[in-house]
Design a protein. Structure first.
Lengths: 389, 611
């Protein structure tokens, strides 16, 4: 076993290790070719029949089941700006599997070959070896220099939007999204055109959030009182999931989810809808010309502005009190006493939520809507709450 | 030196055996003796009990988190409760378990003995450090009945300024724990500088001492920043002065800079001592000198220094500037190189060894593979463009668990099994311990390997609810977590059971060369009955296994007289060479030698004797 050819024996396991490593690395990278079968329409499909038939077409699109299955490692990639980051991932994965397999092979081989057994003794071997040590210092250095350089280059591409891009304003708050388009319309789902650069200008009303769409491979923290940006160019139309990636409290995992009053259950979360060619223009045209009666407008705002995540309309208590049957009733105050719930109370609660907070509900949980609602919209919300008797 | 005298006045003289299980005193006096002790081993033992209890608390929270994630939506608890679970899991594990685990508990018990010293440099500071830890730990746990913290252990602003949960109590706890850590660091620095015996130069130090030294540098330099940060957070929370609160003109991202300026070095406070104990054990159980001693020693210190320069890689998508991202990405990669070389050094140490798969060695091999995965997945996160996708997903969760849990905690378990016979004087049941080690390895990988895939598929972290396509991987992970939890629990129980059923440990059960193996097991009050003899570190040539788990130094090194220089010839125990041949026969040395009896009380501190 231990041959007298002293010079060859240390090299042989290393060569075998490198070969094994290359093989296993190829196998794992091969998993990129394996499509991932993910049938996941179950919950969305259950909710689908309950959805009222009268929804506009763009809402129907947003309600469609999310279809983003990719390969073993990733959901499908639909962002032209981040093509290179998947390539980087694959490259580093191959590299990592290579080194890991080589090290694992050597550890197992050495442990087996030099295991303690009768008659076996440790043989003297050098306590350091200059050539080897220099090699394994320089080699990782060269590798990481390359990794850093290519990572940096593709990163610059990810964060540099082209001159002409569709802009959407994003406001994140606990625990809903508001996407405002060029026509002034605010939606709780993000609608964007396909094959067009889109730039989001984002800010938060309360705490840190982060915009994260796995299929776009992009992410950016959202900070209160400051704008941060993210851009992408979606390449495939469809409905994809959209997450908050920076911990923001109770409903962090469910930012922007909808409550269905009819089925009394929580429905889907916020999504990003990538429209077919021409779809986004239609979306803008139809949402811009909204002339709803106040009650209907209020109902829409209740959904779009995220009221639904804290206030129910069926009398159940969430983070905040329910709207149902409250109008005209006396409201107990944290400071003691009561005030009647009238138009002025609603208005003040929208502008300065902590002014007349109710006991049992955290006064700081609700953000102020001061400056964010038009006069007509406030009237709409009041009319909506009035209607919930 | 004068310390000798002082030591005698201060020291708990009336305790013959540091464990004091059978000193015949009434229970009350024994308890007071423990609580007011200045003996580093007793303080270390108290730390160890506290850390093991915290480990169980943090582990229960971890299992609750994993159980909740068994299915989408609600499995066990509502969102707010889940948020408290993962916060407390993180805070308890980081601040109460892995930061003090190796340096304060095992470091305290073992390091002075490894240096042949009677105690640490500042015994009173050492005791103070333990009580600060205890107060901080109690405060952190007391925060639970008062509503529990729900900010995540990172305490990011402005959420931590808005939440209704007791942030002030928690940050005060963190502040106090920080001082505990600083005191330990100071003590270790001074001890390693001043308490080395004559003849033990820096490069004859065990690598564990180098690692503790590097850790201590970071503890002393970085922890004050954490103190300032949580101090500012507390002031901001009750006085609203507008440092971090954007509504008052503050900058919430500034908090992240402050926080990670401590918490990134803290990652190395956790991992470098692990590297130190691994270097010790891999050499001992391979019966081979450690490969590249100097490099491992230097790389500990260089990692400690570099770790101050990479905090920004936690903030690649936080909105910090591109230039900052570029610089931090480049510096982050530079940290990878010393870590990689350490792995190569450890693997090379195995080469041509005589490898004994005792329990600590199984943990060491598990550490090698786990740390390699943890290090390599760090490459993904260091690459800016890939990090944009992986940041704040389960990929990051898996990565830092591979480094902090898989590496540090596995190294902690290894070290615990390695030195347990030394400081308790009892051998644990080897077969159960080995099975647990294997269970820990497979349970750990089953828990966290799927999380890498979850992360690259886009599952964000700190999520109570998730999309249905992630269910299978989450369930594998949860099963793995229970295998891991049960294995660790049984491993600890097995250790504790050895108090009752373990056989007496000899002085040197593993054949180590560092000085602690010359002390009795458990060590006497001042660690050694007679001054230890300094042999060449990591040279196993004249150690002989006289019976299972019992090594003795027999033959003088005849071949290399130059290496004998460091030794005190007159204290060296020489045994005729012929005896070495007759190893099969049971050793003729009296077994009673290893038992610390009442005769061992007349001890003198040893390190002063080489004058």
């Amino acid at each position: 076993m231990t041959s007298p050819r002293k010079h060859r024996s240390p090299l042989r396991p290393i060569v075998v290790a490198l070969f094994t490593a290359a093989l296993s690395s190829a196998v794992v990278v091969g998993l990129f070719g394996v499509p991932r079968a993910t049938a996941q329409p179950a919950p969305a499909a259950a909710a689908a029949p309950a959805a009222p038939a009268g929804l506009p077409w763009y809402e129907e699109l947003a309600n469609k089941p999310i279809e983003e299955s990719g390969n073993f490692w990733f959901p499908k990639a639909v962002n032209k700006a981040t093509d290179s980051s998947d390539m980087m991932f694959i490259a580093v994965l191959a590299l990592s599997i290579f080194f890991f397999s080589a090290i694992t092979f050597l550890v197992i081989y050495f442990v087996w070959k030099y295991r303690h057994r009768p008659g076996h003794k440790a043989e003297p071997s050098p306590a350091h070896h200059d050539v080897m040590e220099i090699t394994w210092t320089i080699l990782p250095t060269i590798i990481v220099v390359f990794l850093f350089y290519y990572g940096w280059r593709s990163y610059i591409h990810i964060v540099t939007p082209p001159q002409k891009a569709v802009e959407v304003n994003v406001r994140a708050k606990q625990w809903s999204w508001s996407f405002t388009h060029s026509n002034g319309y605010s939606d709780s789902d993000l609608h964007v055109p396909v094959d067009t650069p889109v730039r989001l200008v984002m800010t938060s009303d309360d705490v840190l959030h982060a915009f994260y769409v796995p299929v776009l491979r992009t992410k950016q923290d959202i900070i209160p009182r400051r704008y941060t940006y993210v851009w992408f160019q979606a390449t495939k139309p469809g409905t994809y999931s959209l997450h908050c990636a920076e911990y923001c409290g109770t409903d962090h995992s469910q930012m922007g989810r909808k409550y269905d009053d009819k089925t009394k259950s929580w429905g889907r979360r916020a999504v990003i809808v990538v429209h077919e060619k021409g779809g986004y223009e239609r979306y803008l045209a139809e949402t811009g010309a909204s002339n709803d009666p106040p009650e209907v407008l209020g109902r829409k705002l209740y959904d779009k502005k995220g009221c639904t995540s804290c206030h129910s309309v069926d009398g159940s208590t969430r983070v905040g009190p329910s709207f149902k049957g409250t109008f005209g009733q006396p409201v107990p105050l944290q400071s003691g006493g009561t005030v009647p719930m009238d138009e002025n109370y609603i208005r003040e609660s929208l502008m300065v939520p902590s002014a007349k907070a109710r006991p049992g509900f955290p006064a700081t949980a609700m953000p102020s809507f001061s400056g964010q609602l038009k006069e007509k919209e406030i009237e709409g919300l009041i009319a909506f709450i009035k209607s919930l008797q | 030196m004068a310390t000798t005298q002082t030591k005698h006045q201060d020291g708990p003289e009336n305790e013959p055996d540091f464990l004091s299980i059978h000193d015949g005193k009434p229970l009350g006096q024994r308890i007071v003796g423990w609580l007011t002790t200045l003996d580093h081993k007793r303080i270390g033992m108290m730390y160890l009990y506290g850390i093991l209890i915290s480990l169980i608390v943090g582990g229960v929270f971890a299992l609750l988190v994993r159980t909740e994630l068994w299915s989408t939506g609600k499995t066990l608890v509502e969102q707010n409760t889940y948020n408290k679970f993962f916060t407390l899991h993180g805070a308890v594990m980081v601040f109460l378990v892995i930061i003090p685990g190796l340096p304060a508990a095992l470091g305290n018990i073992i390091l002075p003995v490894q240096l042949g010293a009677p105690d640490v440099a500042f015994p009173r500071l050492n005791l103070a450090s333990f009580y600060l830890w205890l107060i901080g730990a109690l405060m952190l746990v007391i925060a639970i009945p008062f509503g529990g913290l729900d900010t995540g252990w990172t305490l990011y602003t402005p959420y931590s300024l808005k939440t209704q949960t007791p942030v002030l109590v928690a940050v005060l706890a963190v502040f106090i724990l920080g001082f505990s850590s600083i005191f330990t660091g100071l003590n270790m620095l001074v001890t390693i500088h001043k308490f080395r015996p004559q003849g033990m130069g820096w490069f004859q130090l065990p690598l564990n001492a180098w690692a503790i030294y590097a850790t201590a540098i970071m503890q002393v330099l970085a922890t004050p920043v954490l103190g300032i940060t949580v101090g500012l957070l507390a002031v901001e929370r009750f006085a609203h002065i507008g440092i971090f609160n954007p509504q008052l003109g503050g900058d919430p991202v500034l908090f992240q800079h402050f926080f990670w300026f401590y918490s990134h070095p803290a990652v190395y406070i956790m991992i470098i001592p692990a590297m130190g104990v691994i270097s010790e054990m891999i050499s001992v159980f391979s019966r081979k000198p450690i490969f590249g001693y100097r490099f491992i020693a230097y790389s500990s210190v260089s990692l400690a220094l570099l770790s101050f320069l990479v905090w920004g890689h936690h903030m690649f998508v936080s909105g910090q500037s591109r230039l900052a991202n570029m610089v931090f990405s480049a510096l982050t990669f530079s940290v990878g190189i010393p870590s990689a070389i350490k792995v190569f050094n450890w693997v090379s140490t195995l080469y041509k060894g005589d490898i004994r798969l005792k329990t600590p060695m199984i943990y060491v091999l598990a550490f090698l593979l786990i740390f390699t995965i943890g290090g390599l997945t760090g490459l993904f996160l260091g690459i800016l463009s890939v990090d944009v996708h992986l940041h704040d997903t389960y990929f990051v969760v898996a990565h830092f668990h591979y480094v902090m849990m898989g590496s540090t905690l596995v190294a902690f378990l290894a070290a615990l099994h390695y030195w347990w016979p030394k400081f308790t004087g009892r051998m644990y049941t080897e077969s159960i311990a080995r099975m647990c080690a294997i269970g820990v390895f497979f349970g750990f990988n089953a828990t966290f390997l799927p999380q890498f895939i979850l992360g690259s598929r886009g599952m964000p972290r700190r999520y109570w609810d998730y999309d249905p396509q992630y269910t299978t991987l989450h369930q594998i992970s949860t099963i793995g977590a229970f295998v891991l939890g049960i294995s660790m629990f049984v491993a600890v129980i097995n250790l504790i059971m050895s108090w009752w059923n373990g056989k007496r440990a000899p002085r040197n059960p593993w054949g180590g060369t560092s000085l602690e193996w010359q002390a009795p097991s458990p060590p006497t009050l001042y660690n050694f009955e007679k001054p230890p003899v300094i042999h060449e570190i990591y040279n196993y040539d004249d150690l002989v296994e006289v019976e299972e788990d019992r090594w003795e130094r027999r033959a003088p090194i005849a071949v290399e007289p130059s290496k004998l220089k460091v030794e005190d010839a007159h204290t060296r125990e020489t045994v005729p060479v012929e005896k070495v041949e007759a190893t099969a026969a049971p050793s003729s040395s009296a077994p009673g030698d290893d038992e610390p009896g009442p005769t061992a009380t007349a001890v003198e501190p040893s390190s002063e004797d080489d004058k």
